[in-house]
Write a protein of this length. Structure first.
Length: 147
């Protein structure tokens, strides 16, 4: 729920939910040798996006995601579990399927009062279908992938 100020409730920051396994796996850079390290590098690359947003130069993004602030949630699974969060990036460990955990994060956000806008970063078609059915928007890994 939003914070209170003199003018009444304010809207919570939109949510950027990142499917870590899908984003890390989108580039064959040796991530499979150190899954946790790859997830940590991705987490670190997400920090500036929390304040600045995703930028104006990215076609197809919703306008609210282009500028900050955003609440960034990185969903990790498997060998990437144990990656700590940072002040600007919340890390959520999936107890099982990472996709199921992404859906759970989106469900909680969109069912809140007021509902929050969500952008999910994944290339997984099945996951994209599941979260758009809940009202989230989607974008691909290149949106957040470190160069």
């Amino acid at each position: 729920m939003g914070e209170q100020d003199a003018g009444g409730p304010t809207e919570a920051a939109p949510l950027l939910v990142v499917d870590a396994a899908n984003v890390v796996g989108s580039v064959p850079d040796g991530w499979w040798r150190d899954r946790r390290g790859a997830a940590e590098r991705l987490r670190d690359a997400l920090v500036p996006l929390a304040g600045a947003g995703l930028g104006d130069d990215r076609a197809g993004l919703p306008p609210w995601a282009r500028t900050g602030p955003l609440e960034v949630v990185l969903v990790v699974e498997g060998a990437a579990r144990g990656v700590p969060g940072l002040p600007r990036v919340r890390v959520v460990e999936a107890p099982g399927s990472g996709d199921d955990q992404v859906v759970a994060v989106v469900e909680q956000a969109v069912s809140g009062v007021p509902p929050r806008r969500c952008l999910v970063v994944t290339a997984d078609r099945g996951l994209r279908d599941r979260v758009t059915a809940l009202g989230a928007e989607v974008t691909g890994p290149r949106t957040v992938r470190p160069a």
